[in-house]
Design a protein around this ligand. Structure first.
Ligand SMILES: [Zn+2]
Length: 384
C-alpha cells in the first residue's frame, strides 16, 4: 500500500489500518477549482458576525450555493457562446428552474417558463457539489479552529467512500449528498437585440456587453463583468465577496428562500420566492422543478442510499478498528428539512453484528442547516 502524507490514527496491528491507508491514498486535494477555493476563503474572511451557531451554519450552507451557482454559470459558456437563453425586457436570462426571473421579480408571483431552464446534467451537479461541499467543510473547520480537515476521495470505479473528515485522532468516513437549494440566473446585457418575450436565443460571447448574477427577490444584479474576461465569472465573483456588504446580502437573500422552503407543507400557501429553490414541484399545475431535485439530504431516495452507505462503512471498517477510531457520517449541504420525521425515526438507531457490541448507525449527520451527533467525541470536538 502506498504511504500517504496523512497521519492515520490506528496502531500498526489494527486490522483497519491498511484499509484506511488505501482510502487516504485516494485523497484528491485538487478536486475543487482553485478559483472557487479562493472565493470560499475570501467570503469566510468577510462573513458577518453571526448571532449563534445556527446562523453560522446557515451562512456556510448559503456559501455552498453561491459557489455551486458560479460553477453552473461557468458551464453555460461553450465555445464562446451561450445557447438557449430566455429573452425578457432587453436582457437574456439563463434560469435553472422553470420560472422567468425577470417577470416573477416584477410581479412578485411565479411566472412559468415552458422552455429555457438550464439545469446541468446530474453528473455535473454531483461532481461540482461534492468538491464544493468538501471545500466548504474544510474552510468551516479552519474557521472554527477545531483541528479537523475534510478531504474528497478521488472518483474512481472502485470508490467506496466519498469523503474523509479527520483530526488525525479519529477518521470519519462519509457519504455526500450535495445539491444546492438555489442557483440564481445568469443575466446578459447586449447592445442590440429585439426579440419576442421569452423567445429562446443564442448569444455570442463577443456580443455581450455585461453579465450579471441576478438575485430576483431582492432585485440585485451582481456584476460579473464581460463574458470574454479571462477568469469569467470567478474573477468578478471574487471582487463581489471582497465587500462585506455583499457577503451579508448573499446570506440574507439565501436565508429568505431557505425559510420559505423549510416550512414546506403540501397544503400551505406559498410565497413565490419558494419556487426559486430547486425541487419546488408544481405551481398551478405547471412543474417548476422536479421534487427529486430537492437540496442536500432532503430527498427520501438519498436518505435511503446514504443510510445504507453509513451502515456499510460501519460493517466494513468501523467494527474492525480496535481503538474505535473510525466513525460513519452522512454529509449534505442542507439537512432533510422537509423530511425531518423520516430521519427522526432512524437517527438514533444502534446496530450489532455479533449480538454483543453495538454501533451507531450514524455517528453524525452533518447537514449544515442542522447537524446531529450520536458520537460524543465528534459532538465535543467538531463544535458545529
Ligand atoms: Zn419574463
Amino acid at each position: 500500500m502506498p504511504k500517504t502524507p496523512y497521519v492515520i490514527p490506528c496502531a500498526d496491528d489494527c486490522p483497519v489500518k491498511s484499509d484506511l491507508e488505501g482510502i487516504f491514498s485516494k485523497i484528491d486535494e485538487n478536486a475543487l477549482d482553485p478559483r472557487i477555493l479562493c472565493i470560499i476563503h475570501k467570503s469566510v474572511e468577510n462573513f458577518p458576525k453571526f448571532s449563534d451557531s445556527k446562523a453560522r451554519n446557515l451562512g456556510f450552507s448559503a456559501l455552498f450555493d453561491f459557489c455551486v451557482n458560479l460553477g453552473y454559470i461557468y458551464g453555460l459558456q461553450k465555445e464562446q457562446e451561450f445557447r438557449g437563453g430566455v429573452y425578457c425586457e432587453n436582457k437574456v436570462v439563463f434560469p435553472f428552474v422553470k420560472i422567468c426571473p425577470v417577470c416573477s421579480a416584477q410581479k412578485k408571483e411565479v411566472v412559468f417558463l415552458e422552455k429555457g431552464s438550464k439545469k446541468p446534467e446530474s453528473a455535473v451537479i454531483g461532481k461540482i457539489g461534492e468538491a464544493t461541499l468538501t471545500g466548504i467543510l474544510d474552510a468551516y473547520f479552519n474557521y472554527l479552529g477545531n483541528g479537523f480537515r475534510a478531504f474528497l476521495i478521488r472518483d474512481t470505479a472502485e470508490k467506496k467512500v466519498d469523503l474523509v473528515i479527520t483530526d488525525f485522532k479519529v477518521v470519519c468516513l462519509g457519504e455526500i449528498k450535495a445539491k444546492p437549494l438555489v442557483s440564481y440566473p445568469l443575466c446578459l446585457e447586449l447592445s442590440e437585440l429585439n426579440e419576442k418575450k421569452h423567445q429562446l436565443v443564442d448569444v455570442k460571447s463577443n456580443d455581450v456587453t455585461r453579465s450579471y448574477l441576478f438575485i430576483p427577490h431582492i432585485n440585485e444584479y451582481f456584476d460579473l463583468g464581460k463574458t470574454t474576461d479571462n477568469d469569467w465569472p470567478f474573477g468578478a465573483a471574487l471582487k463581489i465577496v471582497s465587500d462585506k456588504k455583499n457577503v451579508a446580502k448573499i446570506i440574507t437573500a439565501w436565508q429568505q428562500i431557505f425559510d420559505e422552503y423549510a416550512k414546506t407543507d403540501d397544503d400551505a400557501a406559498f410565497n413565490w420566492i419558494r419556487f426559486l429553490a430547486f425541487g419546488g414541484g408544481a405551481y398551478k399545475k405547471n412543474n417548476i422543478d422536479d421534487s427529486k431535485n430537492r437540496p442536500g439530504l432532503d430527498r427520501t431516495d438519498d436518505i435511503k442510499k446514504g443510510t445504507y452507505q453509513v451502515l456499510r462503512y460501519g460493517a466494513n471498517y468501523a467494527i474492525k478498528c480496535k481503538e474505535g477510531n473510525v466513525k460513519c457520517v452522512l454529509v449534505g449541504n442542507t439537512y432533510g428539512e422537509t423530511h425531518r420525521a423520516y430521519f427522526e425515526d432512524i437517527i438514533k438507531i444502534r446496530w450489532t453484528i455479533d449480538g454483543t457490541k453495538t454501533y451507531n448507525l450514524f455517528d453524525a449527520v452533518i447537514g449544515l442547516t442542522d447537524n446531529r451527533f450520536n458520537d460524543e467525541y465528534l459532538k465535543k470536538h467538531l463544535k458545529m
